[in-house]
Design a protein around this ligand. Structure first.
Ligand SMILES: Nc1ncnc2c1ncn2[C@@H]1O[C@H](COP(=O)(O)OP(=O)(O)OP(=O)(O)O)[C@@H](O)[C@H]1O
Length: 585
C-alpha cells in the first residue's frame, strides 16, 4: 500500500514538475471556488432562520454587528438572497477560470510529453531506435498518454475535492464539533477500507495496458501484412487474432468500470448512513435547532461528494499508473538512446575524402551478445567516386553503408571526412550532405509533389521536374491523373515498385547530396531502365560520391570500383575506365 502511494506521489511530482508556476494560479482559483461554495452554504443558516422564526431568531456570534438587526423579515430575506446571488455569480466566474486553467494544464501535460517523445525519437541513435518497437511507441503516444491525461484530470479533480472537503469539514466543525467529528471519523474509516481496493485498480490498469498493447501490435501486423495474407487467403487469421485481443481488452476495461461503479454505490450508502446517524444524534441527543441541523446535513452531503471524488480519483490514478510508468520508461530509454554531443553542433558540413580506418561495429542482440556487423574495415573514398558494394546476404554491406552515412558510430577505429573526424557532433552536419535510398523506399500517403519536396524548403516545380526526368519518371507523371498532384497511396501502394524507387531517387537528387547511398535502390527497375537512370545520375555536375549496394552484375558494371564485403571485412577492386569521372561535389 505504501509502495502504491509512493508511486502515486511520483506521478503527482511528474505533474507538478510540468505545471510549475502555472499550478499556483490554478490552486488560487481552486481555493477561491471552495471558499465561495462554503459561503453559499453558510448563508443558508440566516435564510432558514429568517424563514422559520424571523430575523431576530438568527444565531449570531457576539461582538459582530448583525446587518439584519431591525430589518423586517421580508427585507432580511431580500438582503440574504442578494448576498447569495452575488456569491453564486462570483463562484461561476471563479469556477470557469479554475476549470479552464485545469484543462489547459491537463492538455498541456499530455502535449508536452508527446513533444518530448517526438524530440527524443528525433535525437536518438539509429541503433537504439531500431530496438524500440513501433507498437510500443505508438501505443504509448496514443492510448497510454491519454490515460495519463485522464490521471492528471483526476489528480486535479482530487486536489479540488481535497480543498472542498477541508472547507466543508471546517464548516461542519463550526456548526457542531461532536457531530462533525463523528461524521468525519466514519467517513475516514470507510475511505480506509475502500482504499484497500486501490491495488485492484492498479492491477486492472496494468492488464488494460498489456491488452491495449496487444491490440496495437495485432493492428500493426494486420495493416503491414495485409498483402501477404490476402495473397494466401490468410486474412481471417489476422482478424481472429485482432478480435481476440480486442475482446480481452474490452473485458478488462469493463471489469475495471464494474469495480468503479460498485465503489461509487458503496460510497453513496456510507454517506447516507452517516447522514442518518448525524440527524438522529443531533436531534435526539444534542437537541440542535432545525436550521443548524439542516445546514449540517447539507454540509455533510457536500462532504460526501468531494470525498467520493477523492476516492474515485485515487482509483483512477492507480489505474493510470502503469500508463505513466510506461511513458516514463520510454522517455528514460530515449534519454539513453540520445546521440552524445559534447559541444555545439558544427554548422559547416564536412567535405572531401571519406576515410575509414580499422572500423569495427558489432550489432548487439537483445541479450547483449555481439552479432554480425563489420570488423576492422579500412577504406578510402574520393569525392565523386562511384563505388559498388557487393557481398553475400548478411556480409555487412548495410552496416558499412550506415557507418558511411554517420548513422552508426564505430565502436573502434575512426571515420573522417576531409580530415575531420566524424564525431557525434559532426555527424548531423554530415547527414545534411547525405542522401540514402533504400530498396523499399518510404513514400507518404500524399501527392508526388509533397513526397518529393519534403526533403527541403527551397524545392520548386522546375527542380522537381528536372529530378524526375533524371530518374526517367516523366512518363509516369504524364500518366498519373493529376500529374504531380496525384496521391501515391500508403507507402506508394498505388504505383509500381520500380516507380516507387524512381520517385525515391528523384527525392534523393533534390537534396543535392555530397554522398548518395543507394541500397539496392534500383533493384525493382528493369535492367535497361536501371542502366539509363544510373548513367544519367553519373553524368550530374557536380557529381556526388555514389555508393551502390547491389547484387546485379549489370548494376555493378557501372562502378569504378567494387568493394566486396565478406563476413564484415572488405576487399577493394578498382575497375579502370568504367565510367568517366565528372567534377566532384
Ligand atoms: N540490428 C541488428 N541487430 C543484430 N544483428 C544485426 C543487426 N543488423 C544486422 N545484423 C547482423 O549483422 C550482419 C550484417 O548485416 P547487414 O544488414 O549489414 O548485412 P547485408 O550485407 O546488408 O545483408 P543483405 O544483403 O541481406 O541486406 C548480419 O549477420 C545481420 O544478421
Amino acid at each position: 500500500m505504501i509502495q502504491l502511494l509512493a508511486r502515486c506521489a511520483a506521478f503527482a511530482r511528474g505533474v507538478a514538475d510540468y505545471a510549475g508556476r502555472r499550478a499556483i494560479g490554478a490552486t488560487v482559483f481552486v481555493a477561491l471556488g471552495a471558499l465561495l461554495e462554503g459561503f453559499g452554504i453558510v448563508l443558508l443558516i440566516p435564510l432558514l432562520a429568517t424563514l422559520m422564526n424571523g430575523s431576530d431568531a438568527l444565531p449570531w456570534p457576539d461582538g459582530l454587528p448583525n446587518p439584519l438587526t431591525g430589518l423586517e423579515p421580508g427585507q432580511s430575506l431580500a438582503l440574504i438572497l442578494l448576498a447569495f446571488a452575488v456569491i453564486m455569480v462570483l463562484r461561476l466566474a471563479v469556477l470557469w477560470r479554475r476549470d479552464t486553467l485545469l484543462a489547459a494544464l491537463q492538455i498541456g501535460f499530455v502535449e508536452s510529453h508527446r513533444r518530448m517523445i517526438a524530440r527524443g525519437l528525433a535525437a536518438a541513435r539509429w541503433e537504439s531506435l531500431t530496438r524500440l518497437g513501433h507498437a510500443r511507441v505508438t501505443h504509448i503516444l496514443s492510448a497510454d498518454i491519454q490515460r495519463c491525461g485522464a490521471g492528471v484530470h483526476f489528480l486535479m479533480q482530487g486536489s479540488v475535492a481535497l480543498f472542498m472537503l477541508s472547507i466543508q469539514i471546517v464548516l461542519a466543525f463550526l456548526l457542531s464539533p461532536p457531530l462533525a467529528a463523528l461524521a468525519v471519523g466514519l467517513m475516514a474509516l470507510g475511505a480506509l477500507l475502500l482504499s484497500l481496493l486501490l491495488k485492484r485498480a492498479l492491477g486492472a490498469g496494468t492488464q488494460v495496458s498489456q491488452s491495449n498493447m496487444a491490440v496495437m501490435t495485432s493492428l500493426g501486423r494486420f495493416l503491414g501484412g495485409m498483402k501477404m495474407a490476402m495473397s494466401q487467403n490468410l486474412q481471417g487469421r489476422f482478424v481472429a487474432g485482432f478480435e481476440r485481443d480486442l475482446a480481452t481488452s474490452a473485458e478488462r476495461q469493463i471489469t475495471f468500470m464494474g469495480q468503479q461503479t460498485l465503489m461509487r454505490g458503496v460510497w453513496a450508502l456510507l454517506g447516507a448512513g452517516v447522514g442518518a446517524a448525524v440527524l438522529l444524534i443531533g436531534y435526539a441527543v444534542l437537541g440542535l435547532s432545525a436550521p443548524v441541523l439542516i445546514a449540517l446535513l447539507l454540509v455533510l452531503a457536500r462532504i460526501s461528494g468531494p470525498a467520493a471524488t477523492l476516492q474515485n480519483g485515487l482509483q483512477q490514478i492507480a489505474y493510470s499508473l502503469p500508463a505513466w510508468e510506461a511513458l516514463k520508461s520510454l522517455e528514460h530509454d530515449l534519454g539513453h538512446a540520445r546521440a552524445e554531443q559534447s559541444g555545439p553542433v558544427s554548422v559547416t558540413p564536412p567535405t572531401g575524402t571519406v576515410v575509414l580506418d580499422t572500423v569495427v561495429y558489432r550489432h548487439r542482440t537483445d541479450d547483449g551478445e555481439a552479432s554480425g556487423g563489420v570488423h576492422g574495415i579500412s577504406l578510402k573514398i574520393e569525392p565523386g567516386e562511384i563505388i559498388g558494394l557487393s557481398g553475400a546476404s548478411g556480409a555487412g554491406k548495410t552496416t558499412l553503408a550506415d557507418i558511411l552515412a554517420g548513422l552508426l558510430s564505430p565502436q573502434s577505429g575512426t571515420v573522417s571526412i576531409g580530415g575531420r573526424a566524424l564525431t557525434a557532433d559532426l555527424a548531423p552536419a554530415w547527414r545534411d550532405r547525405v542522401a540514402y535510398v533504400a530498396q523499399d523506399p518510404v513514400l507518404f500517403n500524399d501527392t508526388v509533389r509533397a513526397n518529393l519536396s519534403w526533403v527541403g524548403s527551397d524545392i520548386d516545380e522546375a527542380a522537381i521536374r528536372h529530378a524526375l526526368s533524371l530518374v526517367g519518371a516523366d512518363p509516369l507523371i504524364a500518366r498519373l491523373p493529376q500529374g504531380l498532384d496525384t496521391v501515391v497511396g500508403e507507402n506508394g501502394a498505388l504505383i509500381s515498385g520500380g516507380e516507387r524507387q524512381r520517385l525515391a531517387l528523384a527525392r534523393a537528387i533534390l537534396r543535392r547530396p555530397s554522398l548518395m547511398i543507394l541500397d539496392e535502390a534500383t533493384s525493382a527497375i528493369d535492367v535497361a531502365g536501371e542502366r539509363a537512370v544510373l548513367l544519367r545520375l553519373l553524368e550530374q555536375t557536380p557529381r556526388p560520391t555514389i555508393v551502390m549496394i547491389a547484387h546485379r552484375a549489370e548494376t555493378l558494371s557501372l562502378c569504378e570500383r567494387i568493394v566486396t564485403v565478406i563476413e564484415g571485412r572488405v576487399t577493394s577492386d578498382r575497375r579502370e575506365g568504367t565510367v568517366p569521372l565528372g567534377s566532384a561535389a
